[in-house]
Design a binder for this molecule. Structure first.
Ligand code: NAD
Length: 282
């Protein structure tokens, strides 16, 4: 499959259809699924993302409530809001949008999201459960990486996977999910010397650094499968990934595009996690 573009759009549509079917059944049974998105920023790209989640939720039959606490919200106000939502029987999924006000950390605040409603895997307990092989919702982006690979029938067991990026929302959970699928996993980060020497050993390379053009053809083994998680805005209002797409696509067996790869699957899975949470909690 030389140079295949591994789109996420078809998979996202399939997941959306499953979500809508589950949401309709829940609503018919008297429990319409509800997602709460807590916002404490005036960041423009965050606002765009929240709008796209709300629109997709409504289309799927999920009630989506955005709680905008303002960019100067106090840490304790955010924590109390998350605790209230965790205790609210009418709410099934909770997302805390980033960025957060100065002094507030996602890893710290997300502890107030009960694990059963932590549909974007932000509570450190969810990551711990994932690492221990216990049920938990992975961050939707991390789950989307594996879902795209599965959709395109990329074998994971026994393959050498390299993840570039070690954040708690993408790099670390992706590494755990790939380990769980029996890949041999290496995680690289900003202090990894000679990145290309490591990445070029990968059968499966996941780029999640947030650095446009970081992964060039020199970083990729011929025949590898490359998943580009990066979303870097360009000056002309576009979006590029971390991968130098054209030369890498020629070298690789397959490459996920940006946009249209991991992104649409991420949103679709976040909503799918929400209806699953609603079914479990109902
Ligand atoms: P982050 O800034 O929290 O983490 C980046 C990681 O990359 C860090 O671990 C850092 O050590 C590593 N890194 C940075 N520069 C590097 C370099 N030169 N060499 C090797 N490693 C390097 O970012 P994040 O939240 O993990 O997001 C990563 C990217 O994924 C961003 O572009 C973000 O926008 C994107 N993202 C996409 C989606 C989606 O749905 N497609 C969702 C979430 C994040």
């Amino acid at each position: 499959m030389s140079g295949l573009i591994l789109s996420g759009r078809e998979l996202a549509a399939t997941i959306r259809a499953d979500t809508a079917e589950r949401a309709a059944a829940l609503t018919a049974a008297g429990t319409p699924p509800r997602l709460a998105v807590v916002v404490a920023t005036d960041d423009a790209s965050s606002a765009w993302y929240v709008r796209s989640i709300s629109t997709a939720a409504v289309k799927a039959g999920i009630v989506c409530k955005v709680l905008d606490l303002g960019a100067d919200a106090e840490v304790e106000t955010i924590r109390a809001t998350l605790a209230d939502l965790s205790a609210d029987n009418m709410v099934h999924g909770i997302v805390l949008q980033t960025p957060l006000p100065a002094g507030a950390r996602l890893e710290d605040l997300a502890g107030a999201i009960t694990v059963e409603k932590d549909v974007d895997g932000a509570n450190p307990l969810s990551l711990g459960r994932l690492a221990a092989g216990l049920p938990a919702y992975p961050p939707a982006t991390a789950a989307a990486v594996v879902a795209v690979l599965d959709h395109h029938e990329v074998e994971l067991a026994g393959r050498r996977a390299v993840v570039v990026g070690r954040s708690t929302v993408v790099g670390k959970p992706v590494a755990h999910l790939l380990l769980d699928r029996h890949a041999t996993v290496t995680v690289c980060h900003s202090r990894t010397p000679d990145l290309a020497a490591v990445t070029s050993t990968a059968d499966i390379l996941v780029a999640a650094a947030g650095r446009a053009g970081l992964v060039t053809a020199d970083h990729v083994k011929r025949g590898a499968v490359v998943v580009d998680v990066g979303t870097n805005p360009t000056e002309d209002g576009g979006l590029v990934g971390d991968v130098d797409a054209e030369p890498v696509a020629e070298q690789a067996a397959g490459l996920t595009p940006v946009p249209g790869g991991v992104g649409p699957v991420t949103t679709a899975l976040l909503l799918n996690h929400t209806v699953r949470a609603a079914s479990t909690l109902a």
